[in-house]
Design a binder for this molecule. Structure first.
Ligand code: MG
Length: 158
């Protein structure tokens, strides 16, 4: 077993789509970034890459590279899964925490979990997803979404 930890944060701004865990969520603001800025998938990719001893997301997919402008972050996840497969590893389990004030995630939580399960090709009961409001934290809560992710990898049977 190998374990990795990932973190990311993006600002919420007007005029952008809000994409979390590869799912577009209706909201008047979206996350700013070079790609679709899917903060959850970015944290998740870094957790997986870290567990595999690979370079982080920003190194593999630099935000200065015009090829990744507006890219769907599911592309980064697919490439991450390809890279760990090359190392004889696969994702066994993941757990994510989103820290945000808006929008409320509860109505979408199961859809997001199911999409992660589908993207990772693991059963939904090995995908954890929680949303927390940032009470007492010194961040401009309504303007940012923060994501933490843990990934457990295992050696793939050859
Ligand atoms: Mg990011």
């Amino acid at each position: 077993m190998r374990v990795g930890l990932g973190f990311d944060s993006h600002r919420l701004v007007s005029g952008r789509r809000l994409v979390l865990c590869g799912v577009e969520i209706p909201h008047e603001k979206g996350l700013a970034g070079h790609s679709d800025a899917d903060v959850a998938l970015h944290a998740l990719c870094d957790a997986i890459l870290g567990a595999a001893g690979l370079p982080d997301l920003g190194t593999l997919f630099p935000d200065t590279d015009p090829r990744f402008r507006g890219a769907e972050s599911t592309l980064f996840l697919r490439e991450t899964l390809r890279l760990i497969k090359e190392k004889g590893l696969s994702v066994h389990q993941v757990d994510l925490v989103l820290v945000l004030s808006e929008p409320k995630i509860a109505p979408y939580r199961e859809r997001l979990r199911e999409n992660l399960s589908r993207l990772l090709e693991i059963p939904p009961d090995r995908v954890g997803l929680k949303a927390k409001t940032p009470e007492g934290l010194p961040l401009s809560a309504e303007e940012v979404i923060v994501a933490w992710a843990v990934a457990v990898l295992r050696e793939s049977p050859s």
